[in-house]
Design a protein around this ligand. Structure first.
Ligand code: PEP
Ligand code: MG
Length: 562
């Protein structure tokens, strides 16, 4: 993420240079316009209080109530302007505001003599820093949520925080933008968004994607207010003071983008299908309930992978059965009868959960992760299974188990599911008549055993991210060996072929939910193999459907494989 000098064109007899800043592609699309700088929120609040701790505690309680009311109003606003799932972002904030890890620490600090605003900001900052150390991108992005909540409490206490809404269409430039700010500011017209902090998983980025606003996060520098800039949210770059040639180039791209949008919109409501009529369901991957709106807006035919671990990571204690049930059923309800495949807890390896207090492992990617963790922490697993079963009445749910390497694991996981189902039935808890049960094929062992495993489940979902890592012995997160990480490797394609053949021989469906499901190079291979479902990120859905519609599966070539 550096800065370099961009194009040079002769302009009015002199050389004019633009500046190119690289960042993270957070929401696709391009825009040209004037920059509006969003003022940084003031965080230097008085530390020592002149009031008694009791008085400060009462101020904190009042501010929490005021912010709760503000968040409820913002949620209503979001529901009207952006949709049901965006409104959930504000519900999440309202929930985090009541988190004991946040309020408990703020109260302790007040008792030690701090002002309520200083205590809230310090507690928020500590939690934000903790989240920033996590490996999971979604969880890292929750740091901004805690900063936002803490600043919101401080604003309620000091009367700050009002945003100036820009007039006319502008590019917003901010150090960090909260979803609340973005929503308020979007009452003016926003062409694009550039932030210095944040990532593609920040709530502001998620919201920008669903509002269709191009965005670049993590920019090394920000263009100044009043300047002209180009934002390329697809490539993740910002150009200040673009040259005439760059403007003409991007003008052309913006026009093509508009045409593409119209063309893709035609695929949004169509089922995924190849030109010769082979049906390939095009579903989406999500990590949190608030991503459902993007799934629906982009034409996802279902959810092929809901990574449920997001509920567990980066907190101080595990979510209760009720909390989990609420999250699962909100997704099922929002999807309105379309299939939602929920993967059971996949923690361990790069997704550590400190409160489970496991001993540090020397090689966590080969350690007690995913289904192994679930089977050795039965109570945690049973609680999740009960929450899933209770939520199953809200829609069409399927459950799948991650990182399977043996038949025994599948039998044990299914037996626990059955035991919990029986117990809930005795309690007369309403549940779906039938829940499909599947497994992820993400180890060479599972692919090689797929003929036997197919007898135990209703479907397979191939996790090519891990299947590639474990087949090629290449750490998926290690930049030094990134050149060896190849989802099109003949050994990986061979294992996928074997899995698809075994699934079909046993009459079960098979999908692919790793990142390669939207890889243009591999679509022909997947179509030719007869994969039944592809589960991709919401933003890729229409593009994948369009690409499938251009393929004749009878003529598709399967890439080199064993
Ligand atoms: C995979 O391994 O391909 C997968 C989809 O799971 P995750 O990326 O969450 O490990
Ligand atoms: Mg995986």
């Amino acid at each position: 993420m550096g800065k370099n000098w961009g194009g040079r064109t002769p302009d009015a007899g002199r050389m004019v240079r633009s500046t190119v800043i690289h960042g993270i592609a957070a929401s696709e699309g391009c825009a040209i316009g004037r920059v509006f700088e969003v003022e940084e929120r003031r965080t230097d609040r008085r530390e020592k209080s002149a009031l008694t701790p009791e008085e400060e505690l009462a101020r904190l309680d009042r501010a929490v109530e005021d912010l709760s009311a503000d968040l409820a109003a913002a949620g209503e606003d979001a529901r009207r302007t952006a949709g049901e799932a965006q409104a959930e972002i504000f519900q999440v904030h309202a929930m985090l505001l009541r988190e004991e890890s946040f309020l408990g620490e703020a109260r302790e600090r007040i008792k030690a003599g701090e002002t309520a605003e200083h205590a809230a900001l310090a507690a928020g900052e500590r939690l934000a820093r903790m989240f920033e150390t996590l490996d999971d991108d979604y969880m890292k992005a929750r740091a901004a949520d805690f900063r936002d909540i803490a600043a919101g409490v401080a604003d309620c206490l000091t009367g700050g925080g009002g945003e100036t809404v820009p007039e006319g269409p502008v590019i917003l430039a901010a150090d960090e933008l909260t979803p609340n700010q973005l929503l308020k500011l979007s009452h003016g017209r926003i062409l694009a968004l550039v932030t210095r902090r944040g990532s593609a998983m920040s709530h502001a980025s998620i919201l920008a994607r669903s509002l269709g606003i191009p965005a670049v996060a993590g920019a090394a520098e920000l263009p100044r207010g009043g300047e002209e800039a180009v934002v390329d949210g697809t490539a993740g770059l910002v150009i200040w003071s673009p040259t005439a040639a760059e403007k003409a180039d991007y003008g052309g791209q913006i026009a093509r983008q508009a045409e593409e949008k119209v063309r893709r919109a035609a695929f949004r409501d169509k089922p995924g299908r190849t030109a010769d009529g082979r049906r390939i369901e095009t579903a989406c991957n999500i990590a949190a309930p608030e991503e459902v709106s993007a799934v629906l807006e982009q034409g996802g035919e279902g959810i092929g992978l809901f990574r449920s671990e997001f509920l567990f990571i980066g907190r101080t204690d595990p979510p209760s059965e009720e909390e989990q049930e609420a999250a699962y059923s909100s997704v099922l309800r929002a999807m309105g009868g379309k299939r939602v495949v929920i993967r059971t807890l996949d923690i361990g390896a790069d997704k550590q959960v400190p409160y489970f207090n496991g001993k540090e492992e020397e090689n966590p990617a080969l350690g007690e992760r995913a289904i192994r963790f679930a089977l050795s922490h039965e109570e945690v697993f049973r609680t999740q299974l009960r929450a899933l079963l209770r939520a199953s009445a809200a829609g069409q749910m399927a459950v799948m188990f991650p990182l399977i390497v043996s038949e025994n694991e599948v039998r044990r996981a299914r037996a626990l599911l059955e035991e919990e189902r029986e117990a809930l039935r005795r309690e007369k808890v309403p549940m779906a008549e039938r829940i499909e049960v599947g497994i992820m094929i993400e180890t060479p062992a599972a692919a090689l055993l797929s003929g036997r495993l197919a007898e135990l489940v209703d479907f397979f979902s191939i996790g090519t991210n891990d299947l590639t890592q474990y087949t090629l012995a290449v750490d998926r997160g290690n930049q030094r060996v990134a050149g060896l990480y190849d989802t099109a490797h003949p050994a990986v394609v061979g294992l996928i072929r074997r899995t698809v053949e075994n699934a079909h021989a046993h009459g079960i469906w098979v999908g692919i939910c790793g990142e390669s499901a939207s890889d243009r190079r591999l679509l022909e291979t997947y179509a030719a193999l007869g994969v039944d479902e592809l589960s991709v990120s919401p933003a890729q859905t229409a593009r994948v459907k369009e690409a499938l519609a251009g393929l004749d599966s009878r003529r598709c070539r399967i890439l080199d494989h064993v």
